[in-house]
Write a protein that binds this ligand. Structure first.
Ligand SMILES: C[S@@+](CC[C@H](N)C(=O)[O-])C[C@H]1O[C@@H](n2cnc3c(N)ncnc32)[C@H](O)[C@@H]1O
Length: 270
């Protein structure tokens, strides 16, 4: 079955990517399962667990290396030579991702740290309050990078420092979004993070793929910023939620019988 762009699919991502022709995708932004025995309704990360949808498809640690190698080599095949990928990972199974990226032939561009607020509190060790974000590409001489996409050379912050330099540092301090009272999946990337990646490494009309859609954040934000998109999610309930967001143009959706919509300006919404 051939897949179409500007659509998302309820499908295993490896099966979905096999239906995409080689060398067609411009950018991949993705946050795969971390193999940390994640339970969708565990109420850490300051959330009300009753509003978090169940079903998260976690991968067992013993299968993670093989699973990671399979999806990463499929991404390498479907990316254009000018394409890049940003992969988010916790530290636990980061080594499997690093090995799979090297084995597939990716070139590492940056190893970014995303620092968020409210980490997981532990009694006998330091609080984990970051994710790794691996910025990789197929061909370093062909990849896109728009150095002044968000600030020009003259932009200055309060103390007179360069805003462009600050924005280009490889430690990103970006807050998680808390969607109080709204439907949500257990983990989601903040829109600000996706917007930043899109601004620096893609152009209007580029095709952005997320093999692990969850709530659909990457597709939703890509559409908002005039990019084309495609993505896959294996859990039906999450796929339905992402689809509802894409089709309604609602960024957040109230968790009530009436399903009231909480609209944000959403360019290109249907
Ligand atoms: C960390 S979450 C992604 C969250 C997403 N970035 C967001 O902002 O909402 C990983 C997602 O991958 C899904 N998943 C796991 N295995 C999959 C597979 N083989 N194909 C497609 N989706 C899969 C999980 O159900 C989960 O929703």
């Amino acid at each position: 079955m051939p897949v179409e762009f500007d659509r998302i699919y309820h499908l295993d991502c490896i099966q979905g990517m096999r239906a995409i022709s080689a060398g067609t995708i411009d950018l991949v932004i993705t946050d795969p399962p971390f193999a940390i025995d994640f339970k969708a309704k565990r109420s850490n990360y300051n959330r009300t667990s009753s509003r978090v949808m169940e079903g998260y498809n976690e991968i067992h640690a013993s299968e993670y290396g093989d699973f990671t190698a399979r999806w990463i080599s499929e991404v390498h095949r479907v990316l254009k030579d000018s394409g890049s990928m940003f992969v988010f990972s916790g530290w636990n199974n980061l080594k499997d991702i690093l090995v799979a990226l090297d084995d597939a032939g990716f070139v590492t561009v940056n190893h970014i740290i995303w620092k968020y607020q409210f980490g997981v509190v532990c009694k006998r060790k330091f609080v984990t309050s970051h994710y790794h974000c691996l910025f990789v590409c197929k061909d370093d001489s062909k990849r896109k990078f728009f150095h002044s996409a968000r600030f020009d050379k003259s932009a200055r912050g309060k103390g007179g420092g360069s805003l462009r330099y600050k924005d280009l540092e490889d430690v990103w301090q970006i807050k998680r979004e808390y969607w109080h009272g709204d439907k949500k999946t257990p983990t989601k990337l903040p829109a600000e993070l996706i917007e930043k990646i899109l601004a620096y490494t893609s152009e209007t009309g580029d095709i952005v793929m997320d093999p692990f859609l969850g709530s659909g954040q990457v597709a939703v934000v890509s559409k908002m910023l005039g990019r084309r998109y495609i993505g896959f999610e294996i859990v039906k309930e999450y796929y339905d939620f992402a689809k509802q967001r894409m089709e309604s143009g609602a960024y957040r959706i109230k968790d009530t019988e009436e399903m009231q919509m909480d609209f944000l300006p959403f360019e290109g919404a249907k």
